[in-house]
Design a protein around this ligand. Structure first.
Ligand code: 5AD
Length: 351
C-alpha cells in the first residue's frame, strides 16, 4: 500500500520530467488520487506553469452569441429538445458592442461561443472580419461546434485565430452514451484534426464526472491530450441541468477537476488552461483553486446582461459577480490575493 502511494508521487515527478504515460498508467494515477497526491500535483503543476507563464493569468471575453442549437446532447441545457430554453441569437451589432465594452475593460481576446448553427457561417465570417478590422491587436476565438472543413477554412480566412471544440470524451462508446445517434465521435475527431491542420490554435476538452465516465475513459482523455497536442484544453465538472435527460445525475467533483487540471498542465506544460465557469459554479473559490492547480486562463462573461441567464448549459450557472466581465476589478483582486496577476494581452500560447 505504502509502496503504491509512493509510486504515485513518483509518477507525478516523471510526468513533470516530460514522460508520457500509457492509458493504464493514467488510470492508476487517477484512481490513486488523495488530497495529498492532488496537493503535490498542484504544487508541481504550479512550478511548471510559472517557468513558462510566470504568474500571468490571461483573460478572454466570452460572448455567448446564441443558444439556438441543432444538436441534442443529453447533458446540455441548450439542446434542441429543451422546450424550456428561451432562445436568442445576438445581432452582429450587439456582438460588436460587447467587444467595444470588453476592449475598454482590457480584453484582448474575444471568444464567440454558441449553440451549433445559431449563426450562419456567413454571419460568423462577417462578424469575425469586422472584429479583426476594428481590433487588430485582439485575437478572435470561435467555439461554435462542428462544421465542414470548408466552413472552418472560411472562418479562418475571415480572421479567426483559435477554435475551441471540446472532444467531450476520448472513448467512442462513452461518446455514444452522451449524444444522440445523429452525432458521431468520428466527426468530432475529424473536426479537431481539420481545425489544427487549417492553422487554428485548437482547443479540446471534456467534462469531469459526466454520466458513464470512468477512470478508464478519463485516462483515455489524458492520453488523447498527450497525443493530439492541443494549444488549449477546457475542462470543468459536469453539472446537471434539470430539463435534460441527465438532469438527475450528480455533478462532477471539484477535487477531481483540480487534480486533472494539474495533470494536464504536467502533460502539456505550455497549454492554455482555463479555470472554467463550471468550476466556479460548484465552488465559490473554484476558479482561484483552479489557478492554483495549474490553470492560467479565465473567461469572464461579456454577453449582454439581458440574455445571459438564457445561456443555461447547466443549473445555477454563474453569470454575475466575478464571473462577469463587468466585475473584472473584483476578479483581479481575488487573483492577486492568491499570488497571480491578470494581464492585458492576447495571451497566445508560448511555444
Ligand atoms: N455541465 C457542465 N458542462 C457542460 N457543457 C454542456 N453542458 C454541460 C453541463 N451540463 C459543456 C460541454 C460543452 C461546453 C460548451 O459546455 O463540454 O462543450
Amino acid at each position: 500500500m505504502l509502496q503504491a502511494m509512493n509510486d504515485s508521487f513518483k509518477v507525478i515527478d516523471a510526468l513533470a520530467d516530460g514522460e508520457k504515460l500509457d492509458v493504464l498508467q493514467y488510470q492508476t494515477l487517477i484512481e490513486a488520487m488523495t488530497p495529498e497526491l492532488a496537493g503535490y500535483a498542484a504544487d508541481i503543476a504550479d512550478k511548471v506553469r510559472r517557468k513558462i507563464y510566470g504568474t500571468d493569468v490571461y483573460i478572454r471575453g466570452l460572448i455567448e452569441v446564441g443558444n439556438v442549437c441543432r444538436n441534442d446532447c443529453f447533458y446540455c441545457g441548450i439542446r434542441k429538445s429543451n422546450s424550456m430554453c428561451e432562445r436568442y441569437v445576438l445581432a452582429n451589432e450587439t456582438i460588436l458592442n460587447c467587444c467595444a465594452e470588453g476592449y475598454k475593460l482590457g480584453f484582448r481576446t474575444f471568444v464567440m461561443q454558441g449553440g451549433e448553427g445559431a449563426m450562419s457561417v456567413d454571419a460568423v465570417c462577417d462578424t469575425v472580419s469586422q472584429i479583426r478590422r476594428e481590433y487588430p491587436d485582439c485575437a478572435v476565438t470561435l467555439s461554435l461546434g462542428e462544421y465542414s472543413r470548408d466552413d472552418y477554412v472560411r472562418m479562418f480566412n475571415a480572421g479567426a485565430d483559435r477554435y475551441l471544440l471540446r472532444h467531450e470524451t476520448a472513448d467512442k462508446e462513452h461518446y455514444l452514451k452522451l449524444h444522440p445517434a445523429s452525432m458521431s465521435f468520428d466527426n468530432r475527431m475529424r473536426c479537431l484534426h481539420d481545425l489544427k491542420d487549417i492553422g487554428f490554435r485548437t482547443g479540446c476538452g471534456f467534462m469531469v464526472g459526466s454520466p458513464f465516465q470512468t477512470s478508464f475513459t478519463l485516462a483515455e482523455d489524458l492520453a488523447f491530450i498527450g497525443k493530439f497536442d492541443p494549444d488549449m484544453c477546457g475542462i470543468g465538472p459536469f453539472i446537471p441541468q434539470k430539463d435534460t435527460p441527465f438532469g438527475k445525475f450528480s455533478a462532477g467533483s471539484v477535487q477531481q477537476t483540480l487534480f486533472l487540471l494539474s495533470l494536464i498542465r504536467l502533460i502539456k506544460p505550455n497549454i492554455l488552461l482555463p479555470a472554467t465557469t463550471a468550476l466556479g459554479t460548484l465552488s465559490p473559490n473554484g476558479r482561484e483553486l483552479g489557478i492554483k492547480a495549474g490553470a492560467n486562463v479565465v473567461m469572464p462573461n461579456l454577453s449582454p446582461l439581458s440574455e445571459r441567464r438564457k445561456y443555461a448549459l447547466y443549473d445555477n450557472k454563474l453569470s454575475t459577480g466575478t464571473e462577469s466581465a463587468q466585475s473584472l476589478a473584483l476578479l483581479k483582486e481575488s487573483v492577486k490575493n492568491i499570488g497571480y496577476k491578470i494581464v492585458t494581452a492576447r495571451g497566445d500560447i508560448k511555444k
